[in-house]
Ligand binder design. Structure first.
Ligand SMILES: [Zn+2]
Ligand SMILES: [Zn+2]
Length: 349
């Protein structure tokens, strides 16, 4: 098959011919239809989140099952599917409880093994990890569901428990943040979006944010004024000491902070004095397990959520390396998600 191979950290990856992945007894091999290019891929490619080299990145995928292992009961070749970025083992107490997003033995295509910047990608424990795609959802729109969009959905709904009329603050308007804006608006929340980039704030307004706050001022003060006392729910979609603390400080009494942005540099201080005095709730959110996709997929299929609006450019596999390199400029995220489209041959490969 053809795949985009990282030969070294920061070296622009090239399209190469490599061996097809093998199919585990409990797994599938998916013919990739589309694969998002995410900042997490960029972190792996740069070596911030180390991977075994040479490596094939890509974790935001949708496609068609080309081959299913003999132990797979729920899926067969030809099914259109996507997967969460964190794939559970299917056997531990967390997976059996439906919480594969925190499986201690999770695999992540594109990080722990070869990913979806390729014509084929293997996924294990298929009965635990695959999500069926409704016909109404195309591969390019579906490609961002497994990472940024699903992560935002779970942050806003399961942890944030957002209700119509609530104030939702979103710190950082890249892929996850803009997804959170769209989801909050669709659920009837009043959204305040924060970013240092004017272009990102423009996108947030286009997606329905009622207010935008430049990240340069103290956003917590501005949010308290706009909302008359603070946000009911606040999401740090960026992941930095400043945005995490600001997200906690901007909350209304009894509000809920959800940390989504990865804090790769280690622990960060949070204002725990406010957490006590205002009875705030603090959550970490790590993707979304396949079994929890149903309500989100229903909203995507009937058009209440339109992840396709978050797509900036659709490119070929051969351009994936250049798309990763373009992420060296942080402002690149404001232009929307880049998605690789791969031609899927009918009936698999
Ligand atoms: Zn991602
Ligand atoms: Zn597990």
């Amino acid at each position: 098959m053809r795949a985009v191979v990282y030969s070294g950290y920061g070296v622009v990856p090239e399209l190469a011919q490599v061996a097809d992945p093998s199919c585990a007894a409990d797994g599938v091999v998916i013919a990739v239809g589309a694969s998002g290019v995410c900042r997490s891929d960029w972190h792996a490619w740069k070596g911030h989140d180390p991977v075994d080299l040479p490596h094939i990145g890509g974790h935001e995928l949708a496609g068609v099952i080309a081959q299913a292992g003999p132990q797979v009961t729920r899926w067969r070749a030809g099914d259109r599917v996507t997967v969460p970025f964190a794939c559970g083992c299917g056997q531990c107490e967390f997976c059996l409880a439906g919480e594969a997003q925190v499986c201690p033995r999770q695999t992540q295509p594109g990080f722990t093994g070869p990913g979806s910047f390729a014509e084929l990608v293997a996924v294990r424990a298929a009965d635990t990890n695959l999500v069926g795609l409704p016909d109404a959802v195309d591969f390019v729109a579906a490609a961002c569901l497994g990472c940024r969009f699903a992560t935002a959905f779970r942050a806003v709904t399961a942890h944030g428990r957002i209700r119509a009329g609530d104030w939702l603050a979103v710190h950082g308007c890249g892929g996850v943040g803009l997804s959170a804006v769209m989801i909050g608006v669709a659920l009837g929340a009043q959204v305040v979006a924060v970013d240092v980039s004017a272009a990102a704030l423009d996108r947030a307004r286009e997606l329905g944010a009622a207010f935008t706050v430049p990240g340069s001022a103290d956003p917590a003060v501005a949010i308290a004024e706009i909302t008359g006392g603070g946000a009911h729910v606040s999401v740090d979609a960026l992941g930095s000491p400043a945005t995490a603390a600001c997200s906690v400080r901007c909350l209304r009494r009894r509000g809920r902070h959800v940390q989504v942005g990865l804090l790769l540099d280690g622990p960060v201080p949070l204002p725990m004095d406010l957490v006590v005095a205002r009875e705030l709730e603090i959550y970490g959110s790590h993707g979304m397990a396949a079994r929890d996709y149903r309500p989100m997929m229903a909203m995507v299929a009937d058009g209440r959520l339109r992840p396709g609006l978050l797509t900036g450019r659709v490119i070929d596999l051969a351009d994936a390396g250049r798309a990763l390199a373009a992420m060296d400029a942080p402002s690149r995220d404001a232009a929307g998600m880049t998605v690789i489209s791969v031609a899927v041959s009918p009936g698999g490969v």
